[in-house]
Design a protein. Structure first.
Lengths: 330, 273
């Protein structure tokens, strides 16, 4: 018999007024894997996380976490999960240490254990020096770390991270990635929502792309990339007369159809292993005495995935600002 | 981010106990949280005491000269009204605090924890009572400074103070309900204008109701705030009014009986959306 998946959602449907936040969402995450849920703002990522973490009820469909129905066994589910949201939910007027101790006690740990765990986590997340300061004085990255620490108090087997790196600088983002990888390596099942393909690529075992409350594609990062095309070398020549020569030079390196934009003197060349080819291509172009005004190696972004799957740009998929604010209030 | 493991080998599974144990334990945890916050928000405390103080000064020195009350000085008459006003403001702050937690997503985290959820409401209302004691003491001091001279038995004054705290507690559950329904601190503040101001000024707080038109007087004589004020005033001035005390107690208990379950219900419903 197959093992019970750590996270399972079947046909989840949820509407807020006239907005269909979820429209038949299915998700599966096997134990010990990282499931990346990729989608633009308003795709239903947060609503899905809210239902799976017992914060909201689905209108239709069902969901299980650790083999337990999230509506019927909400209380037991809460003993198995950690949640770290998009907006760092810690008490601003308490210190970092006071926050973790309080959350430990609310997780029903004895006081001594809650204190010890608070100290350990502060140390692990590099917050020892800030432990005695009120959170109001923390930077965005520090708050995010504290928030994640709070979700790890009971070493939960299943962890939900709703856009854990949104708003972090590159260093903070990378540090967060390391922690998530570390957790996954220790066997934690992680559901991670993100707007960055790169992030899902780096962290997730399996990626689902969602749009308008439904899954529109899923697979490993490699499978998705093959489906939508991988890296692209984009170059712009300085003189339009050079465009045809440039095309001849890059053609052998291309792994697919080259897109040509004569008006902008621009070529988009699909490549594999572009970083290694880059030097050779530059050398060849130089040898052919072609002056470039721009050259870049682009990895596919959420925009590319989205565009190739839906034919729409991410910005078209996002609800108007006002609707989003309404949603975030919930 | 190095060394100790993210996940611990120590036993950190949530402990089991009777539900009632956690009801109290977690109410205490969250009350302690609130008590830690209070001294870190001196502005909030200052506002809670400054507003009634300004009203004391305004009515005592600006309007007071033009208001005649039977049987006592205006300073003596006024103080019961100011005490009750301060109590209402205090209870409002409880609702505003809850709305702030909701807005900041803290309530969501609480709800994702295997805790006694009633504690979110009881911890806050109970801890806020401690702040209210402080506010009431400050207003006692201000009153004495502007010529307030209570009469009779100090035990009766203590009873009056207890009455004020009970009133604050009762109204704080209404404020909690407002906080849950409106879920933004500004909206709670706004709604309070509509609910609390008619109760405050359509009362015997600052002027005897005998000067009001009949329809207003009928309201002003029987609404909870007036009744509480009459009870408190009687206790402070050695003219205990048994009927007012009985009615005031009934109002407070009635408010608690209605609003505690209602707030609990709305908390569960609102957060289950």
């Amino acid at each position: 018999m197959a093992k019970t998946p750590a996270i399972l959602a079947e046909g989840l449907y949820k509407a807020y007024g006239k907005t269909h936040a979820l429209d038949g969402l299915d998700l599966v995450a096997e134990e010990g894997t990282v499931l990346g849920v990729l989608g633009p703002n308003g795709a239903g990522k947060t609503t899905a996380v809210r239902i799976l973490t017992t914060l909201a009820r689905p209108d239709r469909g069902r969901a299980e976490v650790a083999g337990l129905d999230v509506v019927k066994h909400a209380r037991t589910v809460r003993e198995r999960i950690g949640l770290s949201g998009q907006y760092a939910a810690v008490d601003e007027l308490l210190t970092g240490y006071e926050n973790l101790k309080m959350f430990g006690q609310l997780y029903r740990l004895p006081g001594a254990v809650a204190k010890r765990r608070a100290h350990d986590l502060l140390e692990r997340f590099d917050l020892v020096e800030a432990a005695g300061r009120v959170v109001k004085t923390y930077s965005g990255g520090m708050r995010r770390r504290l928030d994640l620490a709070a979700s790890l108090i009971i070493s939960p087997p299943i962890l939900f991270l709703d856009e854990p790196t949104t708003g972090l600088d590159p260093r903070g983002r990378f540090a967060m990635w390391e922690v998530i990888r570390d957790l996954a390596a220790q066997g934690t099942t992680v559901l991670l929502t993100t707007q960055y393909l790169e992030e899902a690529d780096y962290l997730a075992t399996l990626i689902v792309v969602i749009d308008q409350g439904r899954v529109i594609a899923q697979g490993t990062a490699d499978e998705l990339k093959t489906q939508i095309g991988g890296e692209r070398l984009e170059l712009t020549v300085a003189l339009s007369s050079d465009l045809n020569v440039a095309l001849q030079v890059v053609r052998p390196y291309s792994s697919g159809e080259i897109q040509i934009d004569r008006e902008r003197r621009h070529l988009a060349v699909p490549v594999t292993n572009g970083a290694k080819l880059l030097a050779a291509i530059v050398r060849d172009l130089d040898g052919a005495q072609i002056a470039l005004s721009d050259l870049a190696l682009r990895r596919p972004t959420l925009d590319d995935v989205f565009f190739s799957l839906t034919g729409r740009a991410v910005s078209e998929a996002e609800p108007p600002e006002e609707a989003r604010l309404q949603r975030s209030k919930r | 981010m190095k060394s100790p493991a993210l996940l611990t080998t120590e036993d950190v599974t949530p402990r089991s106990h009777f539900a009632l144990y956690w009801t109290f334990a977690h109410a205490w945890v969250l009350a302690k949280r609130r008590l830690t916050q209070i001294p870190r928000r001196p502005d909030e405390l200052l506002l809670a005491t400054l507003q009634p103080t300004m009203l004391v000064l305004l009515f005592r020195y600006v309007f007071g000269g033009a208001i005649l009350v039977p049987g006592t000085s205006y300073a003596n008459y006024l103080m019961a009204g100011v005490f009750v006003l301060a109590s209402l403001l205090s209870s409002l702050a409880t609702g505003i605090g809850l709305a702030t937690d909701l807005q900041q997503g803290l309530i969501d985290r609480f709800r994702s924890l295997p805790m006694a959820h009633s504690a979110v409401l009881t911890g806050r209302t109970l801890a806020d009572l401690v702040r209210d004691v402080f506010v009431v003491l400050v207003i006692w001091a201000v009153g004495l400074l502007v010529g307030f001279r209570p009469a009779g038995n100090p035990l009766a004054w203590l009873a009056a103070t207890g009455f004020l705290l009970l009133t604050t507690f009762a109204f704080s559950w209404l404020a909690i309900l407002l906080g849950l329904v409106l879920s933004s601190p500004e909206a709670v503040q706004g709604a309070s204008l509509v609910i609390f101001y008619p109760l405050l000024f359509g009362s015997n707080a600052f002027v005897p109701t005998s000067t009001m038109p009949d329809w207003l007087r009928a309201f002003a004589d029987h609404q909870p705030i007036s009744v509480v004020m009459s009870a408190v005033r009687g206790l402070l001035l050695n003219q205990p009014d048994a009927a007012a005390i009985g009615q005031a107690l009934a109002w407070c208990v009635g408010l608690l009986v209605i609003f505690i379950p209602l707030a609990a219900l709305v908390y569960r419903r609102r957060t289950a959306r």
